[in-house]
Each structure stands twice: as structure tokens, then as C-alpha cells.
Design a binder for this molecule. Sequence first.
Ligand SMILES: Cc1cc2nc3c(=O)[nH]c(=O)nc-3n(C[C@H](O)[C@H](O)[C@H](O)COP(=O)(O)OP(=O)(O)OC[C@H]3O[C@@H](n4cnc5c(N)ncnc54)[C@H](O)[C@@H]3O)c2cc1C
Length: 470
Amino acid sequence: MVANKLTYRNNNRAIAQSARYANGFAAARRAIVIGGSIAGLLVARVLADYFGTVTIIERDPLPTQPHARKGVPQSVQPHVLFAKGYQILEELFPNLGSVLSKNGALEIDWVREFYHFNQVGWSPNANGFFDFPASKVISFTCSRPLLEWTIRQQLGEFSNVRIVDGYKVTQLLSDATKERVTGVLLRSLKGNTSEEFLADLVVDASGRSSQSPKWLANLGFIEPPETVINPLLGYATRRYKAPENFQADWKVMLISQAPPHQTRLGYLAKIENGEWIATLGGYGGDFPPTDEEGFLKFAASLRDATFYDTIRQAQPVSPIYAHRATANRLRHFDRVKLPQGFIALGDAVCALCPVYGQGMTVSALAAMVLQDCLRKNNLQRFQKNLAKEISFAWTLATMQDSRFPTTVGSIEPKKVNGLAKIMQWYTDRLLVKATVKPNLHVLCTEVFQLLRSPLAFYHPSVIWQVLSKL
Ligand SMILES: Cc1cc2nc3c(=O)[nH]c(=O)nc-3n(C[C@H](O)[C@H](O)[C@H](O)COP(=O)(O)OP(=O)(O)OC[C@H]3O[C@@H](n4cnc5c(N)ncnc54)[C@H](O)[C@@H]3O)c2cc1C
């Protein structure tokens, strides 16, 4: 049994670390994480403090260099790392920022270096009206493969964490009472035989296409209900080499969609190796083409010409990749009875429309929710606490997407109650004011980067500025 041999070997190494384990979790206890992408890596890091052995089972053979891979088809698409997400990453891996920097990622100050053309025009840092001092709203911009690879390298420093790649989990195992999950069944991609891998805790971090609802049903549990709100958004993405001597103060530029009629968006970011990642998006089935001419024509049709004018000067260095699996999908694991020894997080629970750039940060927040539950020895609260933690991100994405009449399953207008309508009106006005009031620009950046609660928008001093004459 290949898998169990791995477990025993890891246990021997991990016992030496037992002094670090908290709350009575014995060194002999094992955890399995299904999926070795962002959510899986972060949760494994948290589990490493509480379990003697943490094994990530990943179906892809993992590349030794920062390359895109099949199991994460979105990895060729742009990935914004929010300041909140980065803050959590630094907490989990205190060296991460300097390693990212060494690997070529670029530090970004979101208040100064993110140029945003929103519903009402350019953000005040872009239009040159104000010179913003350095802020603390910081993270990194790089390709998604570079970020994932760097986190994986950092996790490699934890001797009680192992990644078993090239193995696919096919089923959950349970004890005779079926009340407790006792491990997983897995299959090597190279062979047809299945192996049992036993553990005290199994974490599903297998992403949008998670099979765990079906596996739970096989054990006799009710599948968690799902809410799906599909904006029918398509992406097309291409990498470019920046022209020599190119000068610009932005590191990330976004020309946003503007519901209900302006369906198109353009996102451009500087990343490692002097490259740019350029993405076009279209809502409601207005998908950007993947041929050269169509791509440029779509870019030229955006509400502002800056994106098109910038990429026109640059040399393409990749094909154009499309991605259309962008629906918001929430699996309500918190509403059903789950077996003991099993939890789910990351995109397996809450997959969000990518335009709002929240997915990896939501995975990081989930890792922190888990840490809190483990600290309090209160794992049974995990799914409910997670549901609370992700509700802001879910509401933001689905309310915004529902402003397009083409969105399938959208929050029905009659369900958008009076208060929600007033809040929408207020937020729109806040965005207008933020284009001319530097303090509101900073506040909006902090809230949208998930560093501050949206309640900060309703502080009396902010309300006064928002409601005062335009
Ligand atoms: C087009 C697009 C753009 C995005 N842009 C952003 C962005 O700008 N910013 C942001 O924060 N987020 C973004 N996201 C979201 C982000 O990709 C995810 O939220 C993030 O990767 C966390 O997902 P995850 O780890 O839960 O799942 P995934 O990244 O989907 O990974 C799941 C992993 O599980 C493995 N797996 C699946 N089934 C099995 C199995 N049975 N056995 C073993 N392994 C298995 C897969 O191979 C994969 O490695 C975007 C998503 C999309 C689709």
C-alpha cells in the first residue's frame, strides 16, 4: 500500500515536532487534504500545527517550475491577490513576501498603483489630481502559477506535510456506523488499483468540480444544497512582453464593466519577467474572441482606450486562452448534517465570479477560520463559521452580477429589497465621490481589498461626505 507507507514514514518525522502541536492533538493524528491548489496548500499549513501528519493528495503531477497545470485550468488567467489575502499568507509563511519578490513578483501599493476606470471614470490616483503617499494596502502581482509554486515551496519546509501527487481521490471511507469519515480511497493516475488512506480528518479542497457532495450521498448523507448565480461571463487572456523602456506608474489597470448595459471589461497587470497579462471579459454571453484580430477589436471597444493603446505597443508571447466556467456557486455544507472527521472549504464550498478577484483571499480566510476552530477545539462549528466569513464576498459578487439582466439565477429584483436598493444607490454615489476625495479613494480601496469591513462606509463622517453636494 503505497499511500500508507507514506503515512508511516511521515509520522516518524513528525513525532519530533510534537512539542508544537496545540490543544491536545496528538502527533499520531493524521489529516488528509484533497487538492493541492491554493486552498489545499493554505489549509495544510494550518493543519501542520495540529496534526502529526498532513498529506495533500493532488491528482495532477505537480510541476517543478511555475507552470500552469490541467487540474487548475484557470491558472493561465489573471489572479489578483488582495491585500487581505497577502496579509494572511504572510502570517502563515512569514518569509513569503521576500521569496515572492526574489521569484520575480512585483509588490503593488493598491492605493497608488491600481488604475481603475469604474462606472464613473478613472480613480483619482490615475487621473493625476492627487499624489497619494505610500499606503499599507500592499500585495504582489504575478502569474497564478508563480504564486502557487512559491507557496508550495514554502510549505515544503514543514516536515510533517507531504504532497502525494498523481493520485486522485475517488471516495470517502467511513466507519461501520457511517457517522465518521475515516479516510479516502485513492487511485494512482498511472494504474487502475485503488488504495485506502486512513486519517482522522479529511478536508475537501478540490475546487469547483468537487465530488464530495456525491461521496457524502454514497455514505447516506444528504447532499448540501447549492445556489448558482451565473453571469455568463467569458474571459480571454494573453501574455505580452512589455516594450523596452516602457514607463507607467500603474502596475494593475482595470476598465470595469458597468451594469446593466456595458458588458465588457479589460484587465492588464504587470507580472514577472517583464511580462504583462491582459484579459478581456464579457458578461451575458458577450464572450471576447480568441483570434488576434477579434481580440484587438474587442479591446478597442472598451469604455476607455487606455487598455487597447497599451497592449497595441507590446509583443504577444502566448496564445489567447478562453475561460467560461465563471458562475458563482455556493454549496451550503453548513445547512446539512456532515459526518465527523470531514470538512470542506475553498472553491469546493464557494466559487465566485472571478471579476471581483476574491477567490484566493476567501480561501485564505477559510484557513484562518479553521485555525480558530482548531485552537478552540471546536471543529464542529467550522462550516457555520465559514459560511459567515464568506457571506460578504458572496453577496458582493452576486449582487453586482445580478445587475445584468442576462445573469442566470440572479437575485430576483423583488428580493432586492428597499434597503438593498438604497445601499446600492449609496455605494454608487460613494464611488463617484471617491474619484475626487482622496480619503474616500483610500477607504474604498481598503474595503474592496477586504482589509476593512464594509460597515466603514457607514461611519457618520463618510455618510456626510457621500451625501454632500457633488
Ligand atoms: C477565470 C478565473 C479567474 C480567477 N481569478 C482570480 C483572481 O483574480 N483572484 C483570486 O483571488 N481568485 C481568482 N480565481 C479563483 C481562484 O482560482 C480560486 O479561488 C483558488 O484557486 C482557490 O481554489 P481551490 O484551491 O479551492 O480550488 P482549485 O484552484 O480549483 O484547485 C482544486 C485542486 O484540487 C485538485 N483535485 C480536484 N479533484 C481532485 C481529486 N478527486 N483528487 C485529488 N485532487 C483533486 C485539482 O487538480 C486542483 O489542484 C479565479 C478563478 C477563475 C475560474
